[in-house]
Design a protein around this ligand. Structure first.
Ligand SMILES: [Zn+2]
Length: 467
């Protein structure tokens, strides 16, 4: 039999996996091509894949190759999320790195970026190294910590950005997400500082004075319901300011969860001027509108708020034409008591890791706005490029690291949050029937998810293990 060797594919030490033959899948939903995976990489594609598997089987017996029948499934690069809340350290009742990683793997993500608003805040090398280590120990997906821009997310003093960049977590993405860096001098300094090591600032664009006490989108519905409104201009004004600051200091900006038509227009304008800005949209902003708030069900309470149908239309168009670069889930799990309460008391946020692919298929692919190749761009290739992970978001080609997923686009399923791996039950899609199902997630050559269920992580954690 094959010898066990060590490799460092996913940033951690892993054991070599039995070679894998995936037969019958269609990369990007295009021509069928078998894949042969060994030592964490794609070793053969097309007819050579089966031949390679046959050769190994003849030499070493039937157990030398594992086989996955992927007839009718689409092979895509593993998804990469720039915007995940894993809650650990500090809010392990809401989520842990382990539970969030499991949810990510089931959702088809081979890398996630853990936002900094944990407790303590990820504003030091110590905390980002802790989160990074917990991710490596779990081994269901890569976990890359995001560093806070300011100490304690307080917006008063820059955090130790350089120390976080130099740490073992090698942080390149910094964000006070959940809160806007609204002091323009601090924002400018942060943009300047991260240039020295190729980093970038991911801004939660929300002018705080314009959104004080806001409960939902400002408009006709908020007026009828009597809820304090959250005007679109509060988001757009910050994006406009930040793209100009970014141009001024020649740095790099990423705009988190763009939610309005005007925001899409500003990003488009900035890109036309050559400003180095990228933007993301959440799956829920591609489908849900402020109309949902009429139910007063706190599951629809989210930041930024659900907007109008016109905004949803503009976000879909912006994603289709490349103005919006990527999907970011903004997966935000909360304990039940923070969501099953009065609207005013409820926390803001929705879970999203395990439904992202289905929502984007439903809103973008099944509507004809994008094909699966473009889906791979927005869910994997571009986020990996933005975050600076050259081994993720790779084309499915010989020699590339085997971080990939197999998707059944014909599957339909009713979303049942109680069956999700995330600890959060706050899915706005609960009870909704959605298309598409991630059947297999392969991380560094290992099927951590197969048949839609967790198998074994890179570090050997079993599906039945509970964090
Ligand atoms: Zn967030």
């Amino acid at each position: 039999m094959r010898q066990t060797t060590e490799t460092t594919e996913a940033g951690g030490t892993i054991r070599e996996e039995t070679p894998l033959l995936i037969s019958g899948s269609s990369p990007y939903g295009e021509e069928r091509a078998d894949l042969f995976i060994a030592e964490g990489r794609i070793r053969a594609l097309g007819p050579e894949a089966a031949a390679e598997a046959e050769r190994l089987t003849a030499e070493h017996g039937p157990d030398a190759v594992r086989r996955i029948d992927a007839e009718g499934l689409i092979a895509l690069p593993g998804m990469v999320d720039l915007h995940t809340h894993l809650r650990e350290p500090g809010r392990e009742d809401a989520e842990t790195v382990e539970s969030g990683s499991r949810a990510a793997a089931l959702g088809g993500f081979t890398a996630v970026h853990a936002m900094a608003n944990s407790s303590p805040v990820a504003d030091t090398a110590g905390v980002v190294e802790q989160v990074h280590r917990l991710g490596l120990e779990s081994g269901w997906t890569e976990v890359h910590p995001v560093g806070a821009v300011t100490v304690g997310l307080a917006g008063e003093q820059l955090a130790e950005l350089g120390a976080m960049a130099d740490s073992s977590a090698q942080v390149r993405m910094f964000s006070d997400d959940g809160i806007c860096v609204h002091n323009p001098v601090l924002m400018r300094r942060a943009l300047e500082y991260v240039k020295s090591f190729g980093g970038f600032i991911a801004q939660h664009a929300q002018e705080p004075l314009l959104t004080d006490g806001a409960q939902m989108n400002e408009g006709c519905v908020s007026a009828v319901l009597g809820l304090p409104g959250w005007p679109a201009v509060a988001e757009e004004a910050i994006i406009a300011r930040d793209v100009l600051l970014t141009q001024h200091v020649e740095s790099r900006l990423h705009v988190c969860h763009v939610s309005t038509k005007g925001s899409v227009e500003i990003v488009r304008w900035a890109k036309e001027r050559g400003i180095d800005v990228t933007a993301e949209v959440t799956p829920h902003h591609l489908i849900l509108t402020e109309e949902m708030v009429r139910s007063f069900n706190p599951v629809y309470k989210v930041n930024p708020p659900l907007r109008t149908a016109e905004d949803v239309h503009a976000l879909r168009e912006g994603l289709a034409d490349g103005t919006i670069d990527v999907i970011g889930t903004d997966h935000a799990p909360h304990p039940t008591q923070l969501k099953e309460c009065e609207w005013h008391q409820a926390a803001m946020g929705m879970t999203g890791l395990e439904t992202a692919l289905s929502v984007v298929q439903h809103t973008m692919v099944d509507t004809g706005l994008m094909d699966w190749r473009r889906f791979a761009e927005v869910s994997s290739v571009r986020p990996a490029e933005i975050a600076g992970h050259p081994h993720q978001g790779r084309p499915l080609a010989v020699g590339d690291p085997a971080h990939l997923i197999l998707v059944d686009p014909q599957a339909r399923r009713t979303v049942r949050p109680e069956e999700h791996a995330t600890k959060g039950r706050n899915s706005p899609f609960s009870g909704m029937e959605l298309p598409g199902q991630v059947r297999t997630t392969i991380l560094a050559g290992r099927a951590v998810v197969d048949e839609g269920a967790l198998q074994r992580s890179l570090t050997g954690r079993k599906a039945d293990h509970r964090a």
